[in-house]
Design a protein around this ligand. Structure first.
Ligand code: AMP
Length: 182
């Protein structure tokens, strides 16, 4: 099964993804984690991504498409995987579809986590990650509205989109996600 998590910053994608991949026994592909790892390693991808991440802008499509493409080559992705924070633009979604279609695969389910903005800001400021300050948060919301929201229509068109109420405790949200995936 191939699942995509879409949601604004602070919607709980990462937390929910960790629980769901344990249950489904599929790899967790988080572009945010991969980019942060590249930054920690100090390699060329990390150096390129760093200024985008620090300012809350999206890293260019070519960079993230390339790291996801390489990850999908690994045999543990054959049975399926969970994409967390990717795709975030129409260009990334089209590249992913094309990539999967080449090997007769597809996205089976897109889960859109919905959380009101005041709660998102509260959660982000409580999290304390390096890129979680008010200016960066505002920029990330803007990028989400402009770049990522159009993906709702893209995936609704292929009949795989399901919206999930992302409010409540992590366990409550996980239960709603399980009901959608089982
Ligand atoms: P995340 O951990 O998903 O919140 O991502 C943290 C930051 O990494 C984002 O604010 C972007 O700068 C960058 N990033 C992560 N995934 C992507 C993506 N699919 N496309 C572009 N930039 C991304």
């Amino acid at each position: 099964m191939r699942i995509v998590f879409i949601g604004p910053p602070g919607a709980g994608k990462g937390t929910q993804a960790v629980q769901l991949v344990k249950h489904l026994k599929i790899p967790h592909l988080s572009t945010g984690d991969m980019l942060r790892q590249a930054m920690a390693d100090g390699n060329s991808v990390g150096q390129h991504a760093s200024s985008y991440i620090q300012s809350g802008r999206l890293v260019p499509d070519a960079v993230v498409i390339s790291i996801i493409g390489q990850r999908l080559e690994q045999p543990d992705c054959d049975r399926g995987c969970l994409f967390d924070g990717f795709p975030r633009t129409q260009g990334q979604a089209a590249a992913l579809d094309e990539y999967l279609h080449q090997s007769g695969k597809q996205i089976d389910l897109v889960l859109a986590l919905q959380v009101p903005e005041n709660l998102l800001i509260e959660r982000l400021l409580g999290r304390g990650r390096g890129d979680d300050n008010l200016d960066t948060i505002r920029e990330r919301f803007k990028q989400y509205e402009e770049g990522t929201k159009p993906l709702f229509e893209y995936y609704r068109g292929s009949g795989v989109l399901q919206t999930i109420d992302g409010t409540g405790t992590p366990d409550e949200v996980q239960a709603r996600i399980r009901a959608a995936t089982d």
